[in-house]
Ligand binder design. Structure first.
Ligand SMILES: [Zn+2]
Ligand SMILES: [Zn+2]
Length: 652
């Protein structure tokens, strides 16, 4: 008998050789139907492989990312099987699962393939799936593996086999198809109910431009038709909300080849959003005792050698800048922390001054590969909402609480109601990986765990994910269409205070090392706004939107009055534009709608005579005529009641 331990700690005896699938069956038929793979002592395996010794066992279903990965990897094999059936003689590269779905790299020889062929291939995949062919694992010798692919004439698989060690090679077979594969796989093809091929791309064999270009086919599959439908709808919605598209349509930001790829340029409207968000953050931080600083965009190489960043970013990022003086080198700053350490070290500190919180909207530069660049989400120059807190170990928890409170406040204000935190702790089995004493680590980890528990934040905890210099917490948010994004970090650091020899004088009159907390809860303004633009679909909340109103005149005879109203609103800090063009008002309304202007103030004969404006809201339609003071009051009310989704709420 063997003892199986389940994730909830429950233990049960089974006969040696029982498979994970049989274990699932012993629990319930329903569970067995849903099992895609099994995690045995931390390793993902086929659910149909026998368990031969005592093990910790987790049964993986569609709900587990590893279950999905196994499902999609198995779908890649199904795609290859369909392609071999439809296009005999195709040669196969590799076919892994990816974040959403899978791909397979194929050499079609002389055959031309296009997206027009997708329906036929999808049909074939579904037909083969209905055969419910089992994915069978078979251990093969290197010689056997070689001879199979020599006969088949597949140079790619042969190259892969050459790099494997004899005795570690496995084949997986389903139906008429065999693949060189480490696995694991789902029990049978019948689990795959919905199939969609997404796109074609060229891919050099092994990513090497000097090698042959293969055809990469991307696809996605689901265990239910309905899930595919939801996925495709979400994809369509995401396309509409793409921040690169909205950024151009709403004139928020641009890129210029002459300025350089990955270096965003904020246009007036986008910059207005950015400035308002920064002003809001600045105010909240100052309220919490942060002090703003400004540091240069470059730093002496010595600074980054001291911090260790030169080692990390030196060769893979922007190269040092030479000066006319021989041997003098500067780096574009990849991080603000070293500058802030210098600020702390600039004069002596007493424990009474701690915590010291230094904040900066600091722009940093890191060289990203051009293929990695993506709108504002992945750039080469970005501004972090950065701050460094220097404190004592005893103050860690309170400081964490304060950062959690600030982050929660801002996320709520931005309309992100659904967020979680991932806590990354050290790997208790590998103490040699980490610097700093055990007591310090214990204290820091406890501070994070207690602080998140105290504010009842939803968390997941991962052991072994901490940096070598301290534990951390990352924020994950869910946007309006259900996608998850990782934001910034709160990171405890015992390393930099050491490297910069930072000290404070304690109550005992002795010198002590402060602890440093890095925190950039939103990561960078660029990335955060890219997520926010997609979250709102460009319908920004009133307090943040670049133009809060547009005054649309029915005739240009009323333009003077329109400008008077604009002035009056400006004194109440309500900002917007006058559309005084000689266009029909219907056209002006349409244009204001396209620009997603939340409030339209329409001015005609009657409004001028009665000294009013006719108010029309993006979300509520016509609100009737109001005097300007009444409108100001109403507007301020709408800003105050702006709900969590950033929309103007309906009056109850
Ligand atoms: Zn495989
Ligand atoms: Zn930092």
């Amino acid at each position: 008998m063997i003892t199986i331990t389940f994730p909830d700690g429950r233990e049960q005896e089974y006969a040696a050789g029982t498979t994970a699938l049989e274990v699932a069956q012993s629990i319930s038929e329903g569970l067995a139907r849903n099992v895609l793979a099994a995690k045995v002592n931390g390793e993902v395996r086929d659910a149909q492989r026998p368990l031969t010794e005592d093990a910790e066992l987790a049964l993986l279903t569609w709900r587990d990312p590893e279950g999905q990965g196994t499902f999609w990897h198995s779908s890649a094999h199904l795609l290859a099987e369909a392609l071999e059936a439809l296009y005999p003689g195709v040669k196969l590269g590799i076919g892994p699962p990816i974040e959403n779905g899978f791909y397979y790299d194929i050499d079609f020889g002389d055959h031309e393939i296009s997206a027009h062929d997708f329906p036929k291939i999808e049909e074939k995949m579904k037909e083969l799936a209905r055969e419910k062919n089992e994915y069978e694992r078979r251990e093969v010798s290197k010689a056997e593996a070689r001879s199979y692919y020599e006969e088949k004439g597949d140079p790619y698989k042969l190259e892969l086999i050459d790099e494997l060690e004899d005795g570690t090679i496995t084949f997986y077979e389903q139906g008429q198809f065999t693949d060189l594969c480490r696995g694991p796989h789902i029990p049978h093809t019948g689990k795959i109910k919905a199939v969609k091929l997404m796109k074609l791309a060229g891919a050099y064999w092994r990513g090497d431009e000097s090698r042959k270009q293969l055809t990469r086919i991307y696809g996605i599959t689901f265990p239910k038709q309905k899930e595919l439908k939801i996925y495709l709808e979400r994809l369509e919605e995401a396309k509409k909300r793409d921040h690169r598209k909205l950024g151009a349509e709403l004139d928020l930001f641009m890129f210029s080849e002459k300025v350089g790829a990955g270096l965003p340029i904020w246009l007036p409207k986008g910059n207005a959003i950015r400035e308002r968000l920064m002003a809001f953050l600045r105010r909240e931080q100052e309220r919490r005792g942060y002090e703003m600083v400004t540091t240069p965009h470059i730093g002496h190489k010595l600074l980054y050698e001291t911090s260790g960043h030169y080692e990390k970013y030196g060769s893979d990022s922007f190269q040092p800048i030479q000066t006319p003086r021989e041997g003098e080198e500067f780096l574009l700053k990849p991080m603000n922390c070293p500058h802030h350490c210098e600020i702390y070290g600039h004069r002596p500190h007493s424990y009474r001054e701690l915590p010291m919180k230094i904040a900066e909207f600091g722009t940093v530069y890191r060289y990203e590969q051009s293929g990695e660049l993506h709108g504002l989400a992945r750039v080469r120059g970005f501004t972090q909402d950065d701050a460094h807190i220097f404190c004592t170990t005893e103050q860690l928890k309170e400081e964490f609480l304060d950062v959690l409170d600030l982050t929660t406040l801002v996320l709520n204000k931005m309309g992100f109601a659904d967020f979680t935190a991932q806590i990354s702790l050290r790997d208790p089995d590998k103490p040699e990986k980490y610097i700093g004493s055990d007591e310090n680590w214990d204290a820091a980890e406890r501070a994070i765990i207690e602080a998140t528990a105290e504010v009842k934040m939803k968390t997941t905890t991962v052991k072994g994910e901490a940096a070598f210099y301290g534990p951390k917490l990352d924020f994950m948010i869910r946007d309006a269409i259900g996608r998850e994004w990782q934001l910034g970090t709160i990171q405890v650091d015992y390393n930099l205070p050491e490297r910069f020899d930072l000290e404070y004088i304690g109550a005992d009159n002795e010198a002590h090392r402060p602890v440093m907390i890095h925190r950039a809860p939103f990561g960078s303004m660029e990335r955060f706004l890219s997520i926010f633009i997609e979250h709102t679909g460009g319908n920004f909340p009133l307090w943040l939107t670049p133009d809060q109103f547009g005054i649309l005149t029915i005739s240009d005879r009323f333009n003077d009055y329109a400008h008077e109203v604009q002035q009056e609103l400006a004194t109440a800090d309500i900002r917007g534009f006058v559309d005084g063009r000689s266009e029909k008002v219907g056209r002006k309304i349409r244009d204001a709608e396209v620009a997603k202007t939340p409030v339209m103030l329409i001015i005609g004969e009657q409004e001028v005579e009665e000294n009013t404006v006719s108010v029309r809201l993006r979300d509520r339609g016509d609100m009737g005529s109001m005097s300007v003071p009444d409108f100001i009051e109403a507007f301020q009310g709408w800003v105050a009641e702006e709900d969590a989704t950033g929309q103007v709420k309906n009056e109850e």
